[in-house]
Design a binder for this molecule. Structure first.
Ligand code: NAD
Length: 431
């Protein structure tokens, strides 16, 4: 494990007074660990990442200067298979956040029953303020630093906030060069189609969020027509979820991104908003499709469905009592703090947890990896059918478990995940 000398406090597994994402993850894990009956050793192993890699990456900037970027790759667990998880480029990226995101990937892959462990990567940088050339040099430097960490049977990155198919293309190119020129597309997923990407990957997460919302509505005996929704975050997950929700008769009355939000009671024209964003530097700033609102206002709007699809820690003990939606689908990872859980539960709000709701992306990533390894490619409808079946099965498993144990969908999802991971851990044997 390569780790900074003073980082012991950072990986301390006790839930902190301040609920950062890792503490939120731990407090949910501890509840499930207790119920599933993990031994103290098993609890100890799964409450820490199994590996943390940190690299400082010198990058030549366009103005001739050199900047050093801090980067991470965290493997939480390989009990169920190789590490799997995205790479985030954002100014707020820090190690505890990446640790939380890696652990969530372990639970997510387990809930949807795909043969992967959990991992995540991140680079502290501001991608919107960097040129394409700078981003390419940064991504290649990161790939070189992590060349012994990544691998189709070891650890398979994918896009996350601030990265896309473009960065994945640079990774597969650099990684293949480093491995004697053997083309190794299965080292990363979310690639462009031309380089071995899968049909349906770009839309997979938003499609999955919509699928579980529709399933939840069906279980609750509600029809989607005429319901209203607010979506926070208008990137890959948020915009595609908004598009599919409106295609299914749900009126999306509010959307937002980091520049603020827009509200329109008669429904926002999502295709117009997407077009505006794509023609205006990737943001909704200046979009005239409704009245301006803040992100904070969006969360407490009087809507039926709320989809937080931006960042962690948006629904907290502070605003949970003001939320009016009765169904929340977590498009983002960790948008609700553990402290907000009991408030939402007491108020009868159904929360489809992140580790289930946004798993559509990693499911199609899995099928991308399968296609790369077989050298045989599926049609879009084949991918969608497989992905839909996988997430629907996971939703049914979670829903049935929640009903049987009279617990929330989040608790049920954690129970299933922890059970599956610990079974594999036990089969691996003693150390
Ligand atoms: P993205 O970079 O495509 O979009 C992020 C969006 O969030 C942008 O619209 C950005 O403006 C907005 N945002 C940033 N800061 C904000 C703030 N303070 N308030 C409101 N909005 C803000 O990222 P993405 O891939 O859509 O990921 C969004 C979330 O979904 C992340 O939590 C990510 O981990 C999670 N996720 C993504 C995928 C995937 O396939 N892309 C899969 C599973 C989970």
């Amino acid at each position: 494990m390569s780790r900074k000398k003073d980082d012991t406090a950072v990986i301390e597994p006790k839930a902190n007074a301040h609920m950062d994402p890792y503490s939120s993850m731990l407090s949910r894990f501890y509840v499930a660990a207790e119920r599933v009956g993990l031994s103290p050793d098993e609890r100890e192993i799964l409450s820490r990442p199994s590996e943390i890699h940190i690299a400082y990456l010198p990058v030549a900037m366009d103005d001739g200067s050199v900047r050093v970027f801090e980067s991470y790759r965290v493997i939480h667990s390989r009990a169920l298979g190789p590490g799997k998880g995205g790479i985030r480029y954002a100014p707020e990226v820090n190690m505890r956040e990446v640790m939380a995101l890696a652990a969530w990937m372990t639970w997510k892959c387990a809930v949807v029953n795909i043969p992967y462990g959990g991992a995540k990567g991140g680079i502290t940088c501001e991608p919107k303020k960097m040129s394409v050339g700078e981003l390419e040099r940064l991504t290649r430097a990161y790939t070189r630093a992590m060349s012994e960490v990544f691998g189709p049977d070891k650890d398979i990155p994918a896009p996350d906030m601030g990265t896309s198919a473009r960065e994945m293309a640079w990774i597969v190119d650099e990684y293949s060069r480093l491995h004697r020129g053997n083309y190794i597309p299965a080292v990363v997923t979310g690639k462009p189609l031309e380089l071995g990407g899968s049909k349906g990957r770009v839309e997979a997460t938003g499609r999955g969020v919509t699928t579980v919302i529709l399933q939840a509505l069906q279980r609750m005996g509600r029809r989607p027509d005429g319901l209203t929704a607010a979506v926070q975050g208008f990137g890959n997950v948020g915009s595609i979820t908004a598009k599919f929700l409106s295609q299914n008769g749900i009126r999306v009355v509010a959307i937002s991104d980091k520049t603020g939000g827009v509200y329109n009671e008669s429904g926002i024209l999502i295709h117009q908003a997407i077009q505006y964003r794509d023609n205006h530097g990737g943001t909704l700033e200046g979009f005239k499709g409704g009245e301006r609102i803040t992100n904070e206002q969006l969360l407490t709007l009087d809507v039926d469905i709320l989809v937080p699809a931006a960042l962690e820690d948006q629904i907290t003990a502070r605003n949970a009592s003001q939320i009016k939606a009765w169904l929340i689908a977590e498009g983002a990872n960790g948008p609700t703090t553990a402290e907000a859980d009991p408030i939402l539960n007491e108020r009868g709000i159904t929360v489809i947890p992140d580790i289930l709701a946004n798993a559509g992306g990693v499911i199609v990533s899995y099928y991308e990896w399968v296609q790369n390894r077989r050298g045989h490619y599926y049609t879009e409808s084949e991918v969608q059918e497989r992905a839909d079946n996988t997430i629907k099965q996971a939703f049914d498993d979670v829903f049935t478990r929640a009903a049987a144990h009279k617990v929330s969908l989040r608790e049920a999802a954690y129970l299933l995940a922890v059970e599956r991971v610990v079974r594999a851990l036990r089969m691996h044997g003693k150390y």
